[in-house]
Design a protein around this ligand. Structure first.
Ligand code: ADP
Ligand code: MG
Length: 637
């Protein structure tokens, strides 16, 4: 490939993504600079991390910086770094295809390019815009990059019009240089070659970047005489390199001094998330476990929350020197969405991930942070907390199973809608407060929508007695409840599995029905494992339930939908002995055990039970026919 210039087409998604970014962010176009600086800063982080084990990578170019060079005449802007750089293949991989996790999902969520107008900066910011945002301001981008430890460099060029060229070239120094051929400025628009424009953008969006962002600026200085003293009234114009950002480590500052603006910018810098955070936690701990931490709870879950590991998690520093990004050792999985910085002065800079996992200091910090975050969550005002719960609740809840030490705290933070909460969230403590004096258990039911649950026949008896039931629509709830077992000494009781201990079943009546129930059981043998009088039903005829330790129907459905091979659990069919229809069927059975209609009725009972829980019938056309026949028989003309 040496020297040969090749032309490639962008992957369709890349071009789509570019169009969306350019289209939707036009009125925020200054953010391109933040994105390029952020990439440069990431590249330097990566180099520093690698140079800990491969110091030779630094060579004689160890002073890290990011340089911005505007050219008013040529209308170009160059952003250069001496970071890790990219190889030829990495350029193709990172810049030509979709390297960004979640992109496909993002585009899918938008439903193709047709919906460009619905993309708000917040929406796209949630996903991160990155390198391509430079096409908002540039007609053409030329990227030249040399990877650390490599001889040759790669030049990539594109006008953002569907294709790019790529070739191997020479470059004296390590790192990446991005040259933007800027679009013509319209009246009243920012000119990105203007010194003060660049200054103010850097100050606003990139002040916290840990490396100097420098620019050559023209200064008027006194002319020195031959002794080096300024000569009176004589000035000259000189070019000086100036650092534009403060590089302030915001987490080391006094809590009270940091403004909300600064938090928002800093959060944006470390998280790549456009939306301001929901809350933050600023800690300075001294003593045996000494550390500073500045952590943020995002206000929105990212698009790729389910499909990918969170990318920008906790950054680990020691005395303001960056050690690693996304330090999973500091946050349990159920809090993996938390973003921020932890600075632990006693940590060795060369610490590896393997060592971190066993490090007692790290373990202590983690324990500490988790406790503080749980306290922060507990202290959030209701509305904020519910926003948090709506976005991250399904991940957070797993803490019940993952974090034994904090189980109770986490349990107090669980929220559910209930049959009595009028669509609002309720805590378990609220539920317990509302329990009836003689009520011993906390009732719950799981399923895929609130409506199905509210109308479930399993709740009939409970409703009649005005007993409150937690409505659980999140697949993970079932595990959470299993691992939680009890709350304030009250055990959880499924409303659809096992018997409800509400009324005594009338034994005499039960005996009368035994023969019929046995008959039904035999004829439905393939589908049900038991037929019994219901403790759930009041008005409905039939429902299906499980034994106390069976998997719920909902869980079974979810596991199957996720492609798992779940053995079909036979269900228990419950019949309502108080329903008039059942006593009629009983009379038929007692008159003639071989009556042909009995088989039809038995099948119908089962189908009705399936429909009552929103299930699918195995043979819907037979069901329709049976109902049709029944109606013909029932309607006199
Ligand atoms: P992100 O930064 O979220 O990964 P970008 O679109 O900003 O997405 O960048 C895509 C990828 O291109 C980066 O992940 C990185 O691998 C590579 N890249 C971009 N800019 C640079 C740079 N200045 N130096 C080295 N690699 C870079
Ligand atoms: Mg980036």
């Amino acid at each position: 490939m040496e020297g040969k210039k090749e032309t490639h087409q962008f992957k369709t998604e890349v071009q789509q993504l570019m169009n969306i970014i350019i289209h939707s962010l036009y009125s925020h176009r200054e953010i391109f600079l933040r994105e390029l600086i952020s990439n440069a800063s990431d590249a330097i982080d990566k180099l520093r991390f690698r140079s800990q084990t491969e110091p030779e990578l630094l060579g004689n170019d160890a002073e890290m910086k990011i340089r911005i060079t505007p050219d008013k005449k040529k209308r170009t802007l160059e952003i250069a770094d001496n970071g890790i750089g990219m190889t030829y293949d990495e350029v193709v991989e990172n810049i030509g295809t979709i390297a960004k996790s979640g992109t496909a999902g993002f585009l899918e969520a938008l439903g193709g390019t047709g919906k460009q107008d619905v993309v708000t900066p917040e929406l796209i910011g949630q996903f991160g815009v990155g390198f391509y945002s430079a096409f908002i301001v540039a007609d053409k981008i030329t990227l030249i990059t040399r990877a650390a430890g490599h001889e040759k460099a790669t030049k990539w060029e594109s006008a953002g019009d569907g294709s790019y060229t790529i070739e191997t070239v020479d470059k004296k120094t390590r790192g990446t240089t991005i040259l933007l051929k800027l679009k013509k400025v319209e009246k009243d628009e920012q000119d990105f070659t203007e010194e003060w424009t660049i200054r103010s953008i850097v100050k606003k969006h990139s002040d916290f970047v840990a490396y100097p962002i420098v620019m050559d600026v023209e200064k008027t200085e006194p002319v020195p005489d031959k002794d080096g003293q300024p000569e009176k009234d004589k000035t000259q114009k000189v070019i000086r390199e100036e650092i534009l950002n403060s590089m302030k480590a915001i987490w080391t500052r006094d809590k009270k001094e940091v403004t909300e603006e600064e938090h928002n910018e800093f959060y944006r810098h470390i998280s790549h998330d456009w939306n301001p955070p929901l809350a933050h936690l600023h800690l300075k701990l001294e003593g045996t476990t000494e550390y500073n931490a500045l952590l943020y709870i995002p206000s929105k879950a990212p698009f790729d929350l389910f499909t990918h590991e969170p990318k920008h998690g906790i950054q680990l520093y020691s005395k303001r020197v960056f050690i690693m990004e996304n330090c999973k050792e500091l946050m349990p999985q159920y809090l993996a969405f938390i973003k921020g910085v932890v600075d632990a002065p006693d940590l060795n800079l060369n610490v590896s991930r393997e060592i971190l996992q066993q490090d007692a200091l790290v373990r202590n910090i983690k324990k500490n942070l988790v406790r503080k975050i749980l306290d922060l969550l507990a202290g959030l005002e209701q509305q904020k907390y519910e926003t948090f719960y709506g976005e991250f609740g399904h991940i957070f809840k797993a803490g019940i199973s993952q974090d034994f030490d904090n189980k109770e705290k986490i349990a107090s933070l669980l929220r559910y809608k209930t049959t009595h909460s009028a669509g609002l969230y309720s805590s378990l403590a609220d539920y317990v407060n509302r329990m009836k004096p003689d009520q011993k258990e906390i009732y719950y039911i799981t399923g895929d929508s609130l409506t199905t649950l509210l109308n479930s026949p399993h709740l009939e008896r409970l409703k009649e007695k005005d007993l409150e039931v937690l409505l659980m629509t999140d697949p993970i709830d079932e595990w959470v409840i299993r691992d939680l077992q009890e709350f304030e000494k009250k055990t959880f009781k499924s409303a659809e599995k096992g018997d409800l201990d509400l009324d005594k079943v009338d034994d005499k009546k039960k005996d009368e029905y035994t023969a019929l129930f046995d008959f039904i059981k035999t004829s439905l043998d393939e589908k049900v494992k038991e037929v019994k009088p219901s403790t759930h039903l009041k008005d409905s005829l039939a429902c299906l339930s499980g034994d106390a330790y069976d998997m719920s129907a909902y869980m079974e459905k979810i596991l199957r939908a996720s492609g798992q091979d779940v053995p079909k659990t036979k269900r228990v069919m419950e019949l309502n002995m108080d329903h008039p229809l059942l006593s009629r069927i009983k009379s038929i059975y007692e008159k003639d055990k071989d009556a042909a209609v009995l088989k039809d009725y038995t099948d119908l009972l089962f189908d009705i039970a399936v429909i009552a829980e929103g299930g699918k019938l195995d043979n819907p056309s037979r069901f329709s026919k049976l109902i049709g026949d029944l109606m013909v028989g029932a309607i006199d003309d």
